[in-house]
Design a protein around this ligand. Structure first.
Ligand code: SGN
Ligand code: CA
Length: 536
């Protein structure tokens, strides 16, 4: 009997040994790599795969051609640092604490790169992260200082505390560094998760030297609602400060050294960062174009259209370099035989206005900044040419990546894995998403709001310094020009949306108390800054 038990124990031990060997080899070879590409403020309207006809992005498009294009991907809070905090933590802003660009981020909370690292992945982050404090969860990090500069930017490597300037164009430096990590710095025997974060096409849209004259022979028509008078909307849309023809500046945004009235714009200061050749190329490109504009003495709508063209051309020029970089990295994956087992994601930290409602910038829950581009390629599971029109959010990235890596997402993560949705294995998905925005009063003066979006409707509450509700029917009014909140024809829809909004607020753990707490912290912070400035 004792012998039999001993034999059984030996057998069990052997089984455990062999099965764990099996697991080990599976862990090493089968786990997919993740290459997460995120640009800053890249509107889906400026990716040719979305079909708006503004520009060509052949390399970014490859990801969708060979994989999936998400047509209703959106963010939970349309602003940079909060969006990155949501990406890392898989939690809404009011849970991870990073609600706006100014309040601190707590790196000590769980994030998906930390979990991947603990499960045998190598992790790297290169480019813009815009979160204060030393990054946690990365074997290698090389991050820009705050917003970073387009020309000759400073980077910090591995939280060293030292900022080092690198000569060259930011987008190219980030791509080269990403390639260098992939080729020379990582351990080829381990799966990797790399975050490749471009600064472009963020304001103030400074193109690379080679693209300073791209689109010179083209005139872009502004969107149909470029000269929007905000009739039929609430005060929030009227009182913003993000109009291309109104708030954008002659120097910083339109790159004139002297404005049409003959006053220096201060743009000269920005050229001080340039080396001699950069300055020479820059002046050679812009001086004749600026002189030609001044000679025309444009007024009214004609001047508004010129401003739109200067804006959109510079914006798209910066995207050209981003697209080139994506091409180089995709080519490398192919050459290195990594193409089949690497999930490639292209997205932005939020959308952006390309003249819709007359605007640049983001922040609002209106479509162009609420939505964000999302393209995913993973040939093992995703059919080429897949289109997903479900409401996927940046909240879902962390749980999705963990799912692909075979790691259970912690309870506190609030998003859902979209792995089965995009592979076609399961089409069940949420029917509504929740949104919050906090940074007010601040640059661009977009008022605090929260809201709910379903596939067809949107309900928003601007709750601070005004108390206004807005509601839109995206089917009949895709450009959101008519607030139907009080329209009796939509009384039932309004009621249902209110119920949905309340459900989501409580499901995700949000409340009026949260709104007041974050407001107070923000105003206290602003007051501290004001006092500090006054004392200087
Ligand atoms: C800067 C920009 C703003 C932009 C914020 C936030 N001004 O302040 O236009 O809204 O960043 O952008 S600029 O003078 O620096 O160009 S974010 O992407 O970081 O959230
Ligand atoms: Ca951004």
């Amino acid at each position: 009997m004792i012998k039999k038990i001993q034999l059984l124990c030996k057998l069990i031990i052997l089984c455990i040994f062999f099965s764990s060997c099996g697991n080990l080899s599976k862990t090493d070879s089968d786990k997919p790599n993740i290459l997460f590409i995120m640009s800053d403020d890249h509107a889906y309207q400026a990716i040719s795969a979305y079909g708006y006809g503004l520009n060509e992005t052949p390399n970014i498009d490859r990801i969708a051609d060979e994989g999936a294009l998400f047509t209703r991907a959106c963010v939970t809070n349309s602003i940079c640092a909060p969006s990155r905090a949501v990406l890392l933590t898989g939690k809404h802003s009011f849970i991870n604490g990073k609600v706006d660009n100014v309040q601190p981020f707590d790196w000590n909370q769980p994030n998906f790169p930390k979990l991947m690292q603990a499960n045998g992945y190598q992790t790297a982050m290169i480019g813009k992260i815009h979160l204060d404090g030393e990054p946690q969860g990365f074997d290698f990090s090389m991050v820009l200082r705050g917003q970073g500069h387009y020309y000759n930017p400073e980077f910090m490597v591995n939280g060293s505390g030292k900022w080092e300037q690198i000569e060259g164009y930011c987008t190219d430096i980030i791509t080269d560094s990403m390639l260098d990590w992939l080729k020379n710095k990582r351990d080829p025997n381990k799966p990797f998760c790399a975050l490749y974060h471009q600064k472009a096409p963020h304001r103030n849209w400074k193109p690379a030297q080679e693209y300073l004259n791209l689109y010179d022979n083209k005139t872009f028509d502004p969107p149909a609602n470029y000269f929007d008078d905000y009739e039929g909307r609430g005060s929030a849309a009227k009182e913003q400060e993000m109009q291309i023809d109104g708030h954008a500046r002659w120097g910083h945004d339109f790159k004139l050294l002297i404005d049409p009235d003959g006053n220096p714009t201060g743009f000269e200061n920005e050229l001080k960062r340039f080396n001699e050749q950069q300055r020479k190329d820059w002046l050679a490109a812009y001086t004749p174009k600026n002189d030609a504009m001044k000679a025309q003495q444009l007024k009214g709508k004609e001047l508004g259209k010129w401003k739109f063209n200067r804006y959109i051309k510079d914006y798209l020029r910066t995207i050209k370099s981003v697209d080139d970089g994506v091409g180089e990295v995709l080519d490398y994956l192919k050459e290195a035989g990594l193409e089949e087992n690497t999930i490639v994601i292209y997205t932005s930290d939020q959308g952006f206005y390309l003249g819709e409602h007359g605007w640049f910038d983001k922040r609002f829950m209106y479509e162009e900044s609420f939505r964000t581009p999302l393209l995913v390629r993973f040939p093992k599971e995703i059919q080429p040419g897949t289109k997903i029109n479900k409401l996927v959010q940046n909240l879902d990235f962390a749980p999705t990546f963990l799912d692909y890596a075979g790691i259970t997402a912690p309870e506190e993560m609030q998003g859902e894995s979209f792995r089965d949705l995009v592979s076609g294995k399961n089409s069940e998905w949420r029917d509504a998403v929740y949104y919050t925005y906090y940074e007010y009063p601040s640059v661009h003066m977009v008022k605090r709001h929260y809201g709910v979006a379903t596939e067809r409707y949107k309900l928003m509450h601007f709750y601070y310094d005004i108390d206004e509700w807005e509601m839109y029917d995206l089917e009949t009014d895709p450009s959101e020009m008519k607030n139907i909140y009080n329209d009796p024809a939509y009384a039932q829809v309004q009621k249902d949306l209110h119920t949905k909004l309340q459900e989501l607020r409580s499901y995700y753990g949000d409340s009026d108390e949260n709104d007041q707490r974050f407001l107070k912290a923000y105003l206290d912070h602003q007051e501290k800054l004001r006092k500090k400035r006054a004392a200087q």
